[in-house]
Write a protein that binds this ligand. Structure first.
Ligand code: HSE
Length: 375
């Protein structure tokens, strides 16, 4: 069994990953070695088999023994350790959730239900760097990748509604604390059905505007009862890094654009943080190359992979099945609100939702691991 180093397994993405690996029986196929950046020598978790102690995640010699390394430790760790490990002559497979290496030429962004041919091609050529994609992009492609595969898309516009979890565990806590802080002083007024709603509203905005530095430590501004129309770094020219990733990663996953024989398909939009917990949602507008019948579009999406769940485009189904509350914690990728738009028969609207910790982060990693250990 392949010696597999696991790093960052205790964090939020790492915990979801460990959970999924246990559910799918992945530990039956590997000899795990658990590493730690802070607790080397401590006890390894119950999935450990022979290596019962945590090893130092910065120990290049210990990492070198592994045939596969899976890390959800984050970008700073990758930037520090990966080049040193490769420089030390390590030839193993590196599976990583962080974005650090994603756009490197020798790295493949892994999302096998969408880009198995790209992965197989890279494997055949000796590829060794397998990087999970941006959560928004991965969830979107799991939902509507079929349209790209069919070659129908001339361009895609995506307007995102991204959950607090995309920022990390502390962001989720901060969101809930903000909701609590908004509600607490209003309890009495809310309990009185005759109280004035404009008074409640005025107090709410006063609380939001008066949040202490601690209350907005992670997001920098209030999110509860508000939204933040910018995610990640400012790349200049009015573009956020999250928006740039939308095009760069979508095309790289699909094996098109720079460095591939197929042309790039323009993808652009505006990425927005909203007060949801762990599901990223997106309103999509496609310009199709031709007037593809809606029935064909629905069939292609429905048959694309085992996880996509097509939601009928009516009020009842949309408000019950096409929401973060319905999708959260499940492997389903919901796609709905599919219809031709008023601009013409080549313009297709859609709405899609995925759990950003599952398909958006952990799942592609464990599936790549499984592919490597079973090949
Ligand atoms: N950048 C994403 C977000 C995280 O902030 O929501 C998933 O890659």
């Amino acid at each position: 069994m392949k010696l597999t180093g696991l790093i960052g397994w205790r964090g939020m993405v790492g915990s979801v990953l460990m959970d999924r690996m246990q559910i799918e029986g992945d530990f039956d196929f590997i000899e795990p070695v658990f590493f730690s950046t802070s607790n080397a020598g401590g006890a390894a978790p119950s999935m450990a088999k022979n290596e019962l102690r945590l090893l130092d995640a910065y120990d290049i010699e210990a990492l070198k023994r592994c045939e596969i390394v899976v890390t959800a430790q984050g970008g700073d760790y990758t930037a520090d350790v990966f080049p040193r490990l490769r420089a030390a002559g390590w030839k193993g497979h590196w599976i990583d959730a962080a974005s650090t290496l994603r756009m490197n030429q020798d790295a493949v962004i892994i999302l096998d239900p969408v880009n198995m041919p790209v992965i197989r091609d890279a494997l055949a050529k000796g590829g060794r760097n397998w990087i999970g994609g941006n959560c928004t992009v991965s969830c979107m492609l799991m939902g509507v990748g079929a349209l790209f595969k069919a070659g129908w898309v001339e361009w895609m516009n995506t307007m995102t509604y991204q959950a607090a979890s995309g920022g990390g565990a502390a962001h989720m806590r901060e969101l809930l604390n903000q909701f609590g802080a908004l509600h607490a002083p209003l309890k009495a007024l809310l309990g009185d059905p005759k109280s004035a709603i404009l008074e409640i509203d005025r107090r709410t905005i006063d609380t939001q505007r008066g949040f202490s530095a601690d209350a907005i430590e992670n997001f920098g501004v209030p999110l509860a009862g508000s939204l933040i129309p910018w995610i990640d770094k400012d790349l200049g020219g009015g573009v956020s890094r999250e928006e740039w990733k939308g095009s760069a990663e979508t095309n790289k996953i699909l094996g098109q654009g720079d460095g591939f024989s197929k042309p790039l398909v323009p993808v652009d939009g505006i990425c927005v943080r909203v007060g949801t917990m762990r599901c990223h949602s997106q309103a999509l507008l496609f310009k199709l190359k031709r007037d593809v019948p809606l029935g064909d579009v629905e069939e292609a999406i429905r048959n694309d992979n085992a996880w996509v769940r097509l939601v009928a485009n009516n009020r009842e189904a949309s408000i019950r099945e096409l929401t973060p509350v319905a999708v959260s914690g499940t492997m389903a990728i919901a796609v709905g609100r599919l219809r031709k738009m008023a601009m013409g028969p080549q313009y297709l609207g859609a709405f899609t939702i995925g759990d950003q910790l599952l398909w958006g982060a952990a799942e592609p990693l464990r599936r790549m691991l499984r592919m490597l250990v079973q090949s």
